[in-house]
Write a protein that binds this ligand. Structure first.
Ligand code: DQA
Length: 145
């Protein structure tokens, strides 16, 4: 069984109430339920974790080494700012898929640069909850190859 950790960055706990025109009406719990349902159908063990804190996310990423086969992460605003999260992702030697609900290239210029994308195997951006589901599938397919 493949073990895949899904990490959600800052402010994603507010999904469903936050800028619904951009991020949609689904809550984080509903997204996590959809991930669990997909995992159940594909013999994947999934754990989801959200934090508003950069340090928490760095520690969670560091601890993934040896415990998880792949990581799916929406670093949220830290995508554009966090060298610490990028370095943690680069350090763990497990495949990382970066996902975003919105299409970051369609938005403000400061969102066009991802510091974390270069250390991911790929990124999926712009498909709402499907970005997560496609990201989970991409990680699963990568591991199955
Ligand atoms: C986001 C895009 C980021 O620019 C933003 O800071 C977020 C969410 C997305 O999922 O579309 O918080 O990662």
């Amino acid at each position: 069984m493949n073990k895949i950790l899904v990490l959600h960055g800052p402010n994603l706990n507010l999904l469903g109430q936050r800028e619904v025109g951009v991020y949609g009406t689904l809550t984080l719990e509903q997204i996590n339920d959809a991930l669990e349902a997909f995992a159940g159908e594909h013999d994947i063990l999934v754990e989801t974790y959200q934090s508003n804190s950069e340090g928490d996310l760095v520690t969670k990423i560091q601890n993934a080494k040896g415990s998880w086969d792949a990581l799916v992460i929406n670093p949220a605003a830290y995508t554009h700012t966090s060298i610490a999260i990028r370095d943690a992702l680069a350090a763990i030697d497990i495949p990382v898929v970066e996902v975003h609900l919105s299409n970051i290239y369609q938005r403000e210029e400061f969102r066009h640069r991802s510091l974390t994308a270069p250390v991911a195997i790929g990124i999926i951006s712009g498909f709402g909850v499907d970005s997560y589901l496609l990201g989970l599938r991409a990680a699963f397919n990568y591991l199955s190859r």
